[in-house]
Design a binder for this molecule. Structure first.
Ligand code: NAD
Length: 697
C-alpha cells in the first residue's frame, strides 16, 4: 500500500485510512489503491468488518475537480462504489469528520453504515459547479432521506450538520472518538449480525413516494423556485424524480449521462471557473503567507446612512461589535432605526430569531464623539461622496485612532492615495468598497493605495471573510473595477434610446441574457438623483436622465423614474410619457429613430464593458481577468452561468468583439469603442483573456 491509502487492523476489523491532503479529494492516485484495499479486505477471511476513514482535517471533501471534463481513469468513483457493494457479508462503515461532500458523500453512501463526529457536515454541493452528483448521490440519498428532503438538499447544494444527518438517518451514530468508535460500531454490527442492506436496495421511502407523489412534487416546486436560468438545479431535481419513478440502475444511468452533458457545457465551465476564481482572488501580490493580519476585535463606522448602516450590520453579523458615529443624534436614531427594522424583517421571515435580533442590536454603540472610536481596530467611513468631507473625517481619525488601527474609506470613486495623504499613517489607509445593500451584497472591492501596508491588506482580506464577503483587491482609479466598467456600459444606454430603442427593449436584452434586471431598471432601483447631482457638480449632462430628474422622477423611491411603480411595488411598468419624452429629445437632437436589434444592444453595452475590463488589466488595476469576473458576479448580478464578463468574452471570441468594437468606433468615433491595445493584441493572436493566467478549468 502507498501512503495515500494505508490499511491497519484492530483485531478483525480492517481500517482503511485515506491520506490525500489537503481535502482527501478522490483523485486517481487515491482511487486505484483504495479499490485494491477494499478488494483485499473483502477477500481476506480474517477480516470481519471494514472501516473507511480519513487522515487530516476532513473526510473526502469531493472529487478532484481538475479531472472534470476528461474521461475518468479506471477505477472511477462508480467502480469504487460498485466494489463496496460487492461486500455483502462484512459490515462497511464510513467514519466521517470534517466534511463529506460530493463524491465523498457518494462514497460513504456505498457503505452499509455511516458514523460521524458531531462537528461533521455532509452534502452534495455539485449543483454549485453546474453539475449533478453523478456517482449515485441522486439515487441513493433519496433512499435514506426520502425524496422530499433529498431534492431540497441536492438542488440547494447546502450541506447539513451531523446532528441533522443523524436525525434524518443519513448518519447511523454520532461518536466522540471517531476511528475507535467506528471500529467498535463495525465490530458490534458484525457480532450482532446486523442486517447488511446496501443503500441501493432500500426502497421503503421510494415506494411511499410512488404511492403518493403530492409531497414530492411540492418539494420539487419549492426547491426549483429560484434557479436563475441555470440548468443544473433542474437537472438535479429531475434526477431525484428519476430515482422515484425508475428502477435504480436506469435512474443511475440517466444521472451519469446528464452529468456528462452538464460537465461538458458552458454553464458548468463558467461555474467551475468562478469556483477557482474566488480562491485565486485571495492571492494578492506582496501579501504572502508570512504576512500576518492584524487582530480585529472592534470596528468603528462613520456615517449611519444607506451604506454605513449596511456595513455596520455586516460586522455585527460577523460577531464584531461596532461603534457607529454620526453628525447628530437625529441622524444616529434614523440610522439605527433602519438597522433595527432590517433585522425585524429577517425575524418576520423566520431567518433570524427574536433573541438573535436583540443580541445583534446590543453590539452597536451609537456616538457623535470621535473619541469613542479610539479603541477601534478598524474604522470605515461611509460619509458623503465629497473629497473635502472625506479629508475632514480622515484628519479627525488620524488624531484619535490608536496606533495600528486600520482606516478605510467606502468611497465609490475618489482617490484613496489623496485621502491617505491627509493622514500621518498612509500605510494604514485603504479603500473598502462595499455594495448596496451592504448587509446583503457579497462583493468587497479592497482598494490598495500606493502606500497601503501588506498586513493592512491581509487584515482587510481576513476581515472580509469573517463578515461573509467575497474580497477582490483592486488598484486606485476613478470607479475602481466595477463602477468604472459600469460607466462604460452606461455610456451608450441613453443613445440607444434616442436612436430608437425603448427602455423595456434594452432591459429585456439584459434579462434574456440572464441578468436580474437591465440598466434602466437598475437606474430606478439605485436612484437617478445621485448621478444627476454628480453630473451637475461636474458640469456634465445626460439628456434623458436629467430631464426625468428635473420633473422629480428619481426612480423607485419617488414611484417613478424611467418606469412607473405602483405604490409599494418594485415592478417596473413602461410609461408612455417617457416614450414621448424620448421621442421629443430625439427630434430636438435631429436623430431619426430606427429599429434596434438585440445584437446591437449587446454590442453597444456589453462590449464597451469588456473593453474597459481590458484597459483595467493593462493598467494593473485588477491583477487578473478572473478578479473582474468575481467583481461582476458578486456585485452587479452578472449571470453566474456565463462566468463573468471576461470569461464570457472568451467564449464569444475576442476577435469578434474587437471587430465589432472597431466597427462602432468607426461609426461613432467614441472612445468607449476604441479597442484597448490588450484586447486587440489577444484577438490578433487568437487568444482569450484566460491566456493571461488564473483559473484552471
Ligand atoms: P448617505 O447619504 O445615505 O449616508 C451618508 C451618511 O453620512 C449620512 O447619514 C450623513 O449624515 C453622514 N455624514 C455625512 N458627513 C458626515 C461626517 N462628517 N461625520 C459623520 N457622518 C457624516 O450616503 P451613502 O449612500 O451611504 O454613501 C456613503 C458613501 O458610500 C459614499 O462615499 C458613497 O459613494 C459610498 N457608496 C455608496 C453606495 C450606494 O449605493 N449608495 C455604494 C457603494 C459606496
Amino acid at each position: 500500500m502507498n501512503s495515500i491509502v494505508s490499511v491497519t487492523r484492530d483485531g478483525d476489523v480492517a481500517i482503511i485510512l485515506l491520506h490525500n491532503p489537503p481535502v482527501n479529494a478522490l483523485s486517481h492516485r487515491l482511487r486505484e489503491p483504495l479499490d485494491a484495499a477494499l478488494k483485499a479486505a473483502r477477500d481476506d477471511p480474517a477480516v470481519k468488518a471494514i472501516v473507511l476513514a480519513c487522515a487530516g482535517r476532513t473526510f473526502v471533501a469531493g472529487a478532484d475537480i481538475t479531472e472534470f471534463g476528461k474521461p475518468q481513469k479506471a477505477p472511477s468513483l462508480h467502480d469504487l462504489i460498485a466494489t463496496l457493494e460487492t461486500i455483502t457479508t462484512k459490515p462497511t462503515v464510513a467514519a466521517i469528520h470534517g466534511t463529506a461532500l460530493g463524491g465523498g458523500l457518494e462514497l460513504a453512501l456505498g457503505c452499509h453504515f455511516r458514523v460521524a463526529d458531531k462537528g461533521a457536515r455532509l452534502g452534495l454541493p455539485e449543483v454549485k459547479l453546474g453539475i449533478l452528483p453523478g456517482a449515485g448521490g441522486t439515487v441513493r440519498l433519496p433512499r435514506i432521506l426520502g425524496p422530499e428532503k433529498a431534492v431540497a438538499m441536492i438542488v440547494s447544494g447546502t450541506p447539513i450538520g451531523a446532528l441533522e444527518a443523524e436525525e434524518a438517518g443519513l448518519v447511523d451514530a454520532l461518536v466522540d472518538d471517531l476511528v475507535p468508535d467506528a471500529v467498535a460500531f463495525a465490530r458490534e454490527a458484525d457480532e450482532t449480525n446486523r442486517a447488511l442492506v446496501a443503500v441501493r436496495d432500500r426502497n421503503t421511502r421510494i415506494e411511499a413516494a410512488q404511492a403518493d407523489m403530492s409531497g414530492f412534487e411540492k418539494a420539487v416546486t419549492e426547491a426549483t423556485k429560484k434557479t436563475r436560468g441555470l440548468e443544473a438545479p433542474l437537472a438535479c431535481a429531475q434526477a431525484v424524480c428519476n430515482a422515484v419513478t425508475m428502477p435504480f440502475d436506469d435512474a443511475l444511468g440517466a444521472a451519469r449521462r446528464t452529468f456528462e452533458r452538464l460537465v461538458a457545457g458552458d454553464q458548468s465551465k463558467a461555474q467551475r471557473h468562478l469556483f477557482f476564481a474566488e480562491r485565486e482572488a485571495a492571492r494578492v501580490e506582496g501579501v504572502g503567507k508570512e504576512v500576518k493580519p492584524r487582530e480585529i476585535r472592534k470596528a468603528g463606522i462613520i456615517g449611519a446612512g444607506t451604506m454605513g448602516g449596511g456595513i455596520a450590520m455586516s460586522f455585527v453579523n460577523g460577531g464584531i461589535p461596532v461603534t457607529i458615529l454620526e453628525m447628530s443624534k437625529e441622524a444616529l436614531d434614523r440610522g439605527l432605526g433602519m438597522i433595527d427594522r432590517n433585522y425585524g424583517i429577517s425575524v418576520s421571515r423566520g431567518s433570524l430569531s427574536p433573541e438573535a435580533h436583540k443580541k445583534r442590536m446590543a453590539l452597536f454603540t451609537p456616538t457623535t464623539n470621535y473619541d469613542d472610536l479610539a479603541d477601534a481596530d478598524i474604522i470605515i467611513e461611509a460619509v458623503f461622496e465629497e473629497m473635502a468631507v472625506k479629508k475632514e473625517v480622515f484628519s479627525k481619525l488620524d488624531a484619535i485612532a490608536k496606533p495600528g488601527a486600520i482606516l478605510a474609506s467606502n468611497t465609490s470613486y475618489l482617490n484613496i492615495n489623496e485621502i491617505a495623504a491627509i493622514t500621518k499613517r498612509p500605510g494604514d489607509v485603504l479603500g473598502m468598497h462595499f455594495f448596496s445593500p451592504a448587509n446583503v451584497m457579497k462583493l468587497l472591492e479592497i482598494v490598495r493605495g500606493d502606500k497601503t501596508a501588506p498586513d493592512v491588506l491581509a487584515t482587510a482580506l481576513a476581515t472580509a471573510k469573517k463578515i461573509g464577503k467575497v474580497p477582490v483587491v483592486v488598484g486606485v482609479c476613478n470607479g475602481f473595477v466595477g463602477n468604472r466598467m459600469l460607466g462604460a456600459r452606461n455610456d451608450e444606454s441613453e443613445n440607444l434610446l434616442l436612436e430608437g430603442a425603448s427602455p423595456e427593449g434594452v432591459d429585456k436584452v439584459f434579462t434574456d441574457f440572464g441578468w436580474p434586471m437591465g440598466p434602466f431598471a437598475m437606474w430606478d432601483l439605485a436612484g437617478m438623483d445621485i448621478g444627476w447631482r454628480n453630473r451637475k457638480a461636474h458640469g456634465k449632462t445626460a439628456v434623458i436622465g436629467d430631464a426625468l430628474c428635473e420633473t422629480g422622477r428619481y426612480g423607485q423611491k419617488t414611484g417613478a423614474g424611467v418606469y412607473l411603480y405602483e405604490k409599494g411595488s418594485r415592478t417596473p411598468t413602461p410609461d408612455p410619457e417617457v416614450a414621448k419624452l424620448i421621442e421629443e429629445k430625439a427630434r430636438e437632437a435631429g436623430i431619426e429613430r430606427r429599429t434596434i436589434s438585440a445584437e446591437e444592444i449587446t454590442e453597444r453595452t456589453l462590449y464597451p464593458m469588456i473593453n474597459e475590463g481590458a484597459r483595467i488589466l493593462e493598467e494593473k488595476i485588477a491583477a487578473r481577468p478572473s478578479d473582474i469576473d468575481i467583481v461582476w458576479i458578486n456585485g452587479y448580478g452578472f449571470p453566474i452561468g456565463k462566468g463573468g464578463p471576461m470569461f464570457w468574452a472568451d467564449l464569444t471570441g475576442l476577435r469578434k468583439i474587437a471587430e465589432r468594437l472597431e466597427y462602432w468606433h468607426g461609426k461613432t468615433g467614441k472612445q468607449v469603442f476604441a479597442p484597448a491595445p490588450l484586447l486587440k493584441k489577444l484577438a490578433a493572436e487568437g487568444k482569450g483573456f484566460s491566456s493571461l493566467g488564473a483559473s484552471r478549468t
